[in-house]
Design a protein around this ligand. Structure first.
Ligand code: AKB
Length: 316
């Protein structure tokens, strides 16, 4: 039977790329992009679009009734940096939005739900290197503890109602098709734009701040691989660790210099995002993803840098 896939939050960094990938796989008409804001041109003109506010239960109920989705991807969220400026709004959107979708997915017998978690679920007392799937988790950002609570809700709906929810703890995501929106790892996208436009960049994270990151191509492939995996192979119904590639702003700048030799990086001080980055892991152990759904990373730091610059230079 053909899928009917609803992507909520289609205008965001992940949504823009995921909608395109899913439309290529399932056919444009089978993938309903939705967002609270006007869609990007590519989303609007490549298939169906609906305005959706996940906090508006009537609106969301109407969309489920109209489309009866077999799969839902809920991507609408407020990320770590903006979440610290609007803590109550971040909690409300990230938590209430998730529960609305989980409830309707149960009511409408949606076959599978995808919801993104993040490395932000870890906190200052979590191990920093090779952070395991199971360890102390004391996130101190609203975004981080909304993701941790969300993971618990996902597992709860799986156990209690049999809802097939799947999730990944994404590292910082780097892509050229869409801009990130309000995260701590955003520097690793901005740096490419500024390198091409100005030949220099001021990083809001310090020179030696190592964080787990991942190229969007890998992140989309991971998401679709997890969603296609046979349910019985999945041992985790909270969210899977995903390692990606760990690097510092200096290491990324050195890689960019291999292609743009005059590129210069400087570092600002006292940015509030530094404290958030300092509370997160430097690297991640993703052995469960390897074992359960045969996950393999493709893009390392040099391959990602070459591909980013190659594609970005054609569009900026
Ligand atoms: C953020 O920086 O808030 C996000 C994330 C790591 O989840 N990119």
């Amino acid at each position: 039977m053909s899928e009917k896939i609803l992507v909520i939050g289609a205008n965001g960094q992940i949504g823009t790329e995921l909608v395109t990938a899913l439309r290529n796989i399932h056919g444009a008409e089978q993938v309903i992009a939705s967002d609270i804001n006007n869609p990007a041109y590519a989303i609007r003109h490549s298939g169906p679009f609906e305005f959706v506010n996940v906090l508006d239960k009537d609106n969301l109920h109407h969309i489920f009734t109209k489309h009866q989705p077999s799969q839902v991807y809920l991507l609408a969220a407020i990320l770590s940096a903006v979440g610290e400026q609007k803590p109550k709004m971040a909690w409300d959107l990230n938590m209430t939005g998730l529960i609305h979708v989980l409830d309707f997915a149960v009511e409408f017998k949606t076959e599978k739900v995808f919801w993104p978690s993040s490395i932000a679920v870890f906190g200052p007392h979590s191990p920093k290197e090779n952070t395991p799937q199971y360890c102390v988790m004391d996130p101190n950002t609203v975004y981080g503890f909304s993701k941790l609570a969300g993971e618990r809700w996902c597992e709860y709906y799986y156990t209690k109602y049999g809802l097939d929810v799947r999730s990944i703890r994404y590292p910082g995501l780097i892509g050229w098709r869409a801009s990130p929106g309000g995260g701590t790892t955003d520097y690793a996208v901005h740096i490419f734009h500024e390198a091409l436009k100005k030949g220099r960049y001021e990083s809001f994270l310090s020179a030696d701040t190592a964080l787990p990151m991942m190229y969007m191509e890998d992140a989309i492939r991971a998401t679709i691989t997890l969603m296609n995996a046979p349910a019985e192979t999945l041992s985790i119904r909270s969210a899977y660790n995903l390692a990606g590639i760990s690097f510092t702003p200096t290491q990324l700048a050195d890689e960019i210099k291999k292609i743009i030799p005059g590129f210069e990086i400087s570092y600002s001080k006292n940015d509030p995002r530094q404290a958030i980055a300092d509370s997160w892991p430097k690297s991640i152990d993703d052995s469960y993803a390897h074992k359960d759904w045969d996950w393999q990373l493709e893009y390392d730091l040099p391959a990602m840098t070459i591909d980013m610059l190659e594609n970005l230079k054609n569009i900026i």
